[in-house]
Every structure is written in C-alpha cells, then in structure tokens.
Design a protein around this ligand. Sequence first.
Ligand SMILES: [Zn+2]
Length: 284
Amino acid sequence: MSLVPITDMLHDAKKNRYAVGHFNMINMEFAQAICEAASEERAPVILGVGEATIQYMGIDYVVSIAECAAKRSRVPVALHLDHGSSFPVIAQCIRAGFSSVMIDGSHHPLEQNVALTQKVVELAHAAGVSVEGELGSIAGTEEDVTVEEKDAQLPTVEEAVSFWEQTKVDVLAVAVGTAHGLYQAEPNVRCDRIADISSRINAPLVLHGGSGVKEEVIQQAISAGAAKINVNTENQVAFAESTRSVLNQKPVIADARDFLREGRAAIKETVRAKIRLFGSNNRV
Ligand SMILES: [Zn+2]
C-alpha cells in the first residue's frame, strides 16, 4: 500500500477504544521491524521521523525507505514528522512525500502556537496530509530537544478545546504528565484530563512518551481516549541491548549484519508487544 494520512486510522481507534502505535524509525532495520510486526499483527501503524533523523539519513532516504516498507505491508502505514519545529521544515516534508506532520509550537506563546498551527493545517490539508498539533510542553528529551520537568505544563480542558477549535488539527497531543526518554520516577498520567478533553473535541488525542509507562496506565489512557501512543525509547533500548550482547559474545565481528539482524528482531518483538497492548492488532 502507499503511505496514508493518520486521520482515518485514528478516528477508528478513538471510536473503538484502541490506540495506534507510533514508532520512531531511524534506519532501514527499524522500518522493516516496525512494518513487519504491524503486518503480522494486522495493525495500522505510524512510522515517526524527527528532524534529527532527517538530518542523519537525508530526507530522500527517509521517504524512500518508508514508501518501500509501506508497499511491502498488508496494513495502512503512515510516515509522520515527529515534533516538527517550523513551517519551512513542514513544507519540506510535505514536498518530499510525508503523509502526515506534527507541528510542535508548544515552545511558543499560545497565540503564536495557534497562528503557526493554523498555517500548517492550511498547507497540509491542501496536500491531503494530516496534522498533529501540540499544546502544553512534554518533559524530557526527544532527539535534540529537551524540556525540563519544571517547564512542562499541563493545559486545562478549556485551553485544549479552544486550541482545537481555532486550529482544527486532525489529531491533538496534549501534555498529560508523560515525558520523553527514560523515566526516573513513576509518571503521574492524568487520564481524567484525557477523558475530559477527548469527550469535548472530535480529534483523537495522542500520548507522547509512551515508553516505560505501566501497562495498566496505558490501558486506562486508551479507555480515556488516547488513540495514538508514541514509543521510541523502548525500541532503542531493545536494539542496543541485543546488539551489545552479540558484540560481547563475539568480540571479533567481520560482518555488521550479524548484530543488525539481532537488533532488528529485538525491535520487531518490542513493537509486536506494544501493538497487542494497545489493542490495534486484528484491525485490518
Ligand atoms: Zn513526543
């Protein structure tokens, strides 16, 4: 199949109370592992790519690898810009073939965030590309962007409703207490806030920082209305641990495929477990 926007898959998820997994891909092995797990589980899936990865791989490699993975998949696959920081980056991704974009204007004052997000929605919708907006900043480090915990803000229900009414984003990420990266302490995820916002707006909600959140909390967040859950760190850890173990066992390695193959298999099983936890399996 070709790459698709995330709107339809997430509306189905919101309606039927499951969540679609957004998994960050940084190279071919990640793309293969994520899409193979999704195909086998018959789950729609989102390949998330941040700006640092675009710089690392080159945008043409990103799109070509995602298109190839989607073509080989028997399920809907979206290529989604994760935490897009500016209008020029968004425009570049849309031109290059991304099927979905996130504009993260949360570091701007609210009015500026609204104005920037409106501009992105206009451009993206004209190209048939879906848009995720962000309100309130999510703590932790995502690629090269760090938000200190004290600076992370949880918006009120009214603020979220007003942001959505003004911008008409297809999907909304709201800070609800999760953080990017590895958790130092148990996060206090405000599922009550997710439920209140979800019942007041048509757009599905996104939970960022899904790695390391307890399974029962993930299930509560999905019941409350989280329809897209972002996972990156757990795949990175799975890849690092499995490749490190191969390298430790065989200090002299002449073929990088010996450890890449193991890393890819480890990501695939991590993704499969998340898909089942999110309830997105057997949906296609
Ligand atoms: Zn995020």
